[in-house]
Design a protein around this ligand. Structure first.
Ligand SMILES: [Zn+2]
Length: 339
């Protein structure tokens, strides 16, 4: 059974409980990204030990490469992740060599053999249901930045029209509207009148000014139903998350912490450290962190691994950053509870 409840709300944010597959998650929460049905460099067991019970995968990437077997066994068994799985259908821009096209019917992309296919809203929902995702994001039109207001207007109309075919008990609608207050409000209100489990804010953190991003989150959140989960897509820096939690965002997902880790940037209680550099020296990585990496290895060693481009460097940094994010969300929840 799927359930969501708000337990507390104040100027620091809101505390909620999200339930699926008999697993309960306290919100605000952060979902690690497992685009191609894996969190890059770590195992599902490791993610679970880091405190995570929910992740997000990408339906399009899995559809293009592994749909036969995923249909047979289901996404949970396929990737050996028995926690909650969200799936997003976006990421059409990220298919190498095949930029996707969009029209009023849906999104046109190519399969690895070159064959053209279309995700209509119905087809996209059917694919994610076949995968067995616990929560499914609607098909939306997310224009890349920079965009004209006219292009965003078109995207909003398409997203609303497509949402009608995406409704359902485990579905999240996605609010578009770029950096335009009127379009964000309009899109939020229209989608809020449809039958969705939750609402996601999409099309942000793609190049617009930070202040504009935060403002859009505030405006959109205000126009969403109180008792439904609010998911902010693609925002994953600790600073941004802290700001958006105040406006009542419940769920975040972003590749930011894991991608940064693989490129040698770790988040610590004293700020960011860029590894693989000559000037980085020291014994302790982060004296406030109790993750496997910080408990067992020195900053000198981790820095050396990055300089040598050893794959272990990416693993150790990913473990640390995901541990950091989980503790960071815990801290934000404590602040709300104590306000
Ligand atoms: Zn650590």
């Amino acid at each position: 059974m799927l359930e969501f409840k708000i337990l507390q709300e104040n100027e620091k944010g809101r505390i909620g409980k999200l339930r699926a597959r008999n697993i309960e998650i306290e919100t605000p929460t952060f979902l690690p990204v497992a685009t191609k049905a894996c969190i890059k460099t770590i195992t599902p067991d490791e993610a679970k030990k880091l405190g995570y019970n929910a992740i997000i995968v990408n339906a399009l990437h899995i559809y293009r490469r592994a749909m036969d077997v995923v249909t047979k066994v289901g996404i949970h068994k396929f990737m050996k992740w028995h926690g909650i799985i969200f799936s997003d259908s976006g990421g059409f821009q990220s298919i190498k060599n095949f930029p996707a096209k969009i029209n009023n019917e849906g999104i046109i992309f190519r399969m690895p053999d070159g064959k053209e296919e279309i995700f209509t809203p119905k087809k996209c929902m059917e694919v994610q249901d076949r995968m067995g995702s616990d929560f499914v994001f609607a098909l939306d039109d997310c224009p890349s930045y920079p965009y004209s207001k006219k292009r965003v207007e078109k995207a909003v109309e398409r997203t609303i029209k497509w949402a009608i075919d995406c409704q359902g008990k485990n579905r999240f609608a996605i609010i578009q509207g770029g950096i335009y207050e009127d379009l964000r409000k309009y899109c939020a209100k229209k989608l809020a009148s449809l039958d969705f489990f939750g609402f996601a804010i999409g099309g942000l953190c793609i190049g617009e000014e930070k202040q504009e991003m935060i403002k859009m989150v505030e405006i959109t959140a205000k126009n969403l139903p109180f008792n439904r989960p609010r998911h902010l897509m693609g925002v994953g820096s600790p600073d941004d998350i802290a700001k958006c939690v105040k406006y009542g965002i419940d769920i975040f997902d972003s590749a930011f912490p894991t991608r940064n880790a693989r490129h040698g940037t770790i988040f610590t209680s004293r700020g960011k450290i860029n590894l693989g550099k000559k000037k980085v020296k020291g014994d302790t990585i982060d004296d406030e962190c109790s993750c496997y990496t910080c408990k067992n290895f020195s900053l000198d060693y981790l820095n050396y691994l990055f300089k040598e481009k050893e794959p272990l460097a990416m693993r150790l940094a990913t473990i640390h950053n995901l541990h950091f994010m989980n503790k960071f969300m815990e801290k934000l929840r404590e602040e709300i509870k104590n306000a």
